[in-house]
Design a binder for this molecule. Structure first.
Ligand SMILES: Cc1cc2nc3c(=O)[nH]c(=O)nc-3n(C[C@H](O)[C@H](O)[C@H](O)COP(=O)(O)OP(=O)(O)OC[C@H]3O[C@@H](n4cnc5c(N)ncnc54)[C@H](O)[C@@H]3O)c2cc1C
Length: 394
């Protein structure tokens, strides 16, 4: 299907209306920096060394990049960003991005924090979802062992029961407050465990609406099939399927592991195949909208356009709450704000946490914007266009 755009992503006045001139200059600085691979490499390398040496880099990071990509250092300190985005019809998904202590206490603490985000969402009109990563609640080694069906010792069995308990508590709270919970997707060697826990929770909490949402990484050759199977199981057991669609964030790691361990890569051979699968997945979800609620987690303009066209073909209202568009805070505002202005349901993942703890997240954004072909320069081009527009419209 040819996607004839109904919303333009070119209007930078709409995209950046919420940003002051100073914030635009900062955005220009950040994206100019990461756009150059070698400058980006030197900058991120220096931050890593400074961290290792325990140098006090927080004030510098806070001034330079933190505010652009993060909501604040805590849930409450993110209020201003939640309110500001909300003014333009853009919702917030508070993302606790602390890659903290990998201990039972650390996992319990992360669970409590996610419960707080649900509580916050319950009292806010601008936070329609909560989200978590299972590796914030469980040890990756344990999950990998469970996926391999290796025998667990007593301590591991107890630890896995705690993982189930944490996930259930979060989803139960989401169900009680009617705040859907997104389960982020991670690496293939732990993803089967995430999937099966997600479906168990869906069967329990999705009988009236999609409360538990699983994530499908369409760069995986299996994902479209998995999505279709999940739909059939949901239909058979009469519950709703919540599906967040993304392309996938661990491409290099997945390919490298497959090569090192000598198994076929689980990733599509090229970008075109991933794009095709992604758009087919969108089509499948809209074709089955009576049972599937879908979130398009993407900065890809074509896919976002494509979804608006699908909705129109199915005579769906722009504001239909079974369909969500989501981007990361600090990126692709041209997509988020234009869609929100046209009345679509839009949300931004807004990471929060102490500066030092969210640094790994910020370093990944730098790497992503350096290596993803075209994306950073598109971002930079839009920022420059808006700065120029503001100057000439004075
Ligand atoms: C709201 C939101 C939530 C997200 N949640 C998750 C999550 O839970 N789990 C997760 O893994 N990621 C998640 N991501 C990240 C996502 O998977 C992508 O890495 C990122 O969004 C870039 O893809 P794109 O669709 O935005 O854009 P594009 O720039 O169009 O696509 C880039 C993506 O295409 C794929 N790709 C690139 N080159 C190739 C190639 N040669 N062969 C095959 N495929 C290729 C990769 O997945 C790459 O990331 C999320 C992103 C957003 C916006």
């Amino acid at each position: 299907m040819e996607a004839t755009p109904t919303v333009s992503f070119e209007d930078t006045a709409v995209a950046f209306e919420y940003k002051s001139d100073a914030a635009m200059r900062k955005a220009n600085f950040i994206f100019s920096l990461v756009n150059h691979p070698w400058i980006s490499a030197v900058a991120t390398g220096s931050v890593k060394i400074a961290l290792w040496l325990r140098l006090p880099v927080e004030p510098l990071i806070r001034t330079m990049v933190f505010d652009h990509f993060c909501g604040g250092e805590s849930i409450d300190k993110s209020d201003a960003v939640v309110g500001l985005l909300g003014k333009y019809g853009v919702n917030t998904i508070l993302d606790y991005s602390v890659e903290g202590a990998k201990s039972e206490e650390g996992f319990d603490h992360a669970m409590e924090e996610i419960l707080h985000t649900i509580e916050k969402a319950h009292h806010s009109g601008n936070i329609p979802f909560s989200v978590f990563k299972i590796t914030g609640l469980a040890s990756a080694e344990l999950l990998e062992k469970v996926q391999r069906k290796a025998e667990l010792n007593e301590a591991e069995r107890t630890a896995f029961e705690r993982v189930r308990y944490r996930m259930d508590r979060i989803c139960k709270q989401g169900h009680a407050y009617k705040i859907p919970v997104l389960l982020d997707a991670e690496e293939t060697w732990i993803q089967d465990v995430i999937d099966s826990l997600a479906y168990e929770l869906m069967a329990r909490y999705n009988t009236e609406q999609a409360i538990v949402w699983n994530t499908y990484q369409l760069y995986r050759t299996e994902s479209l099939k998995n999505l279709k199977e999940a739909f059939h199981v949901a239909a058979m057991h009469n519950y709703f399927l919540g599906a967040k669609l993304v392309r996938g964030a661990y491409l290099e790691k997945e390919r490298k592991r497959a090569e090192d361990m000598g198994y076929p890569s689980p990733i599509h051979p090229d970008k075109g195949a991933t794009d095709k699968a992604f758009n087919q997945a969108l089509t499948f979800c809209i074709d089955n909208k009576q049972r599937i609620s879908v979130m398009c987690g993407s900065h890809n303009e074509y896919s976002n356009h494509f979804l608006t066209v699908l909705m129109e073909k199915h005579s769906m209202k722009n504001s239909d709450r079974r369909v969500w568009f989501a981007q990361l805070y600090g990126m692709s505002d041209n997509i988020s704000f234009s869609l929100a202005k046209a009345g679509y349901c839009v949300a931004k993942y807004v990471p929060y946490g102490p500066v030092r703890s969210v640094l790994p997240y910020l370093l990944r954004r730098a790497a992503e914007n350096t290596s993803v072909a075209g994306q950073s320069s598109r971002e930079l081009m839009l920022i420059k266009k808006e700065i120029k527009r503001r100057k000439t419209s004075l």
